[in-house]
Design a protein around this ligand. Sequence first.
Ligand code: PLP
Length: 869
Amino acid sequence: MKAIRRFTVRTVLPAAISGLGHLASNLRWSWHEPTAQLFHDLDPDAYQAVGGDPVALLGQFDRAKLDALAADASIVERVTQLTADLDRYLTEPRWCQSLGDTAPKSIAYFSPEYGITAALPQYSGGLGILAGDHLKSASDLGVPIVAVGLLYQAGYFKQALSRDAWQQESYPVLDPDGLPLSLLREADGSPSVVSLPLPDGRHLNAYIWRADVGRVPLLLLDSNIPNNDDAARQITDRLYGGGGDHRLQQELLLGMGGVKALRTFSRLTGAPAPEVFHTNEGHAGFLGIERIRELMDYGLSWGEALTAVRASTVFTTHTPVPAGIDRFQALQVGHFFRAGLAPNVPLESILALGAENYEGGDPATFNMAVMGLRLGQRANGVAKLHGKVSRSMFSGLWSGFDVDEVPIASVTNGVHVPTWVDPKIAEFAATHFGRSAVSDGDWSRAADVDDAELWGLRRELRVQLIEDVRARLRASWIKRGASDAELEWTKNVFDPDVLTIGFARRVPTYKRLTLMLRDPDRLKRILLHPEHPVQIVVAGKSHPADEAGKKMIQDLVRFTDDPEVRHRIVFLPNYDMKMARTLFPGCDVWLNNPLRPLEACGTSGMKAAINGALNLSVLDGWWDEMYDGENGWAIPTAPNGTSSEARDDFEASALYTLIENTVAPRFYGTETTENAGAAGPSEHGTAGTELPHTWIHMIKHTLSDLGPKVSATRMVQDYVNQLYIPATEAGRKASADEFAAARELSHYIDRVRGSFRNVHVEHVESVGIDEEPSLGDTFRINAYVRLADLAPEEVEVQVLSGTVSVNDDLEDTTTHTLELSQPLGEGRFLYSMDMTLNHSGSFGYGVRIVPAHRLLASSAELGLVENAR
Ligand SMILES: *Cc1c(COP(=O)(O)O)cnc(C)c1O
């Protein structure tokens, strides 16, 4: 029989342990080990069965169980103490409070996915987990973020394998009432609703669920509600499910609905309005249109509203892979906006924001990353190399400027250490360096630790992984149709004393899951080497629509199925945060071999590093800036211009050679240099007496030196200092006195755009310089410029000096500002400066005119420049 009504009966906790409700509903338990341990101890078997989800655990307890817990004095004591600890954590002043009024009062953070815990599966990979880590570190630092996202009914898919190794997807539906969420409600108890008009008189409505990530509220919009028609209910069905209209409506809801949700949240809770809006990748970009709509309803013009919104918006781009960027048909975007999403906002202006009106662009396309860059006065990539690649990728928006002047900075990603460090490592660090060191990722005294003790700990972590590998492998084979009797061998898969290499990530082509299979016989020899064998654990989901990715998984799994090697290489289905937390600490080496420079940052290697694993990676993303020769190994990249087949051959071969000659011998302490005079290699599998001191030194160096650099504490502080504070300042200036400055800047921009075609550098002289100048010589530069109807203070006349390449390009340039020395009448002016030659070798300079206004963030911002010819 089908139920005709459905209720969710909430657990009523006895007063003595009522704090458990608070502890379960705040997701801080996902990184606060003592709280997680408390829930575990309430009922270890049930905790295991619900996958470590405290809300689900409490939902399982009957009256008798709850009464028994309430009568247990030690449980009551722990609940009381941890509740007080949580309250202190939520209210005490932290780092951001020490910044005073320069810090923003509130920051809105938008992301299409959040990876906070496996119990809230609302992520597909790195982007979401980064967003989760950002919120957690912001919470730890007291940075006042309010986050916005969507609540997907099925989240991302669960992965299994068929008998013939083909990826199978399933979409278990989540019940929001069983998740650590609460519904935002109006004073009368009814759920708050945000609503967007759709074509044909329809509406897209959504409830707002709230999760608490420590101090950070996370608002998730859910369209699966009774107010919606069936089609609208499906909009938040899955993460990255459909394409086209479905995806566009998800993004309209996230961006525009998200701003409405924030306004509702402030109205209901009294929370301050956000001063900065941060869009984590382009998907949420429509938030800028909703803010422009608000300001135009208030009375600002399009240009004034855009200027005010830009001042307080930060845009982070996450991918140098064109397929990773959201694009829609401009017609399709127009169709939805005509339904009245922003009735006072001119549609052609909205469409112009996403237009690819630059060389190589498609005029019919609406590009979400391009809109993101035009809506954010400040933008960044997620590693130094990625910043550089992004400046080049988007340079068409700033044509006329050198690529390194494109205003896209970089903030290198980091990982939330308390989430990703294994409790055993944390305990070890706490014993040796004190509690606070753990949360700060401070291993600066790692060098003092006894080698044998550290090596023993690493072995424990490997053993912990091996147990998980065996259990998961067995479960996977049972799903693939094997019987118990056939699976005896899985009990002996992997060896606690064998060098363990991990590789786990999503499976887009550029990450090259199967590079290691380039020469299968050579890989086999590496796995089965008699003195220094290797075991490899692999995991990763392919996007459901990506057949090439599924084929790569199949090729890999078929290799692992071979009885000759199946004890040394495994593929584990359904890579997620839960698996990751055992996997990273248990591996000795973390492998990463993308096609450089397509990995924007990569964070799994960081998570491995903070657990004492060494990275073996192509110099891409974060590794390009943080590899130092002692913290792991760099896989060489084939020279530019190598064909893709030859490139895979080259890089795979380099990878094999590194493992054979360097990595494996060093792990077993049998490197020839180190081993001079020592007795032959100890038989693996027996407790070797000789410790691999060079390897252990590399672990200590990784923990002490790399640990703090890859911490999300460092990342969030960088965001606050380099982006949030400047955006707060710019936003405050722009909005003060009824938006006086935004109006002023907007009028300036209109004027300067109109006049710039008439601005010219007419003539430049170098006065007092020899044919063969010497170091230390000084000469005068005079630039005669025509400014048409612009005033001298509305522009800057600059000299860029530097070395000159063979094709006359200036390199390593320094920018100097010329002084106005004389008006010449009729809009003409003389600008001058004295230049001293303080470098020998080739020298050259150029002169240009750029817009200048105190509210611009950079000379390049408007993309306007007039270069001397
Ligand atoms: C860290 C992590 C990722 C991202 O890893 P990359 O190295 O950036 O590819 C993906 N999935 C899970 C489960 C993770 O923990």
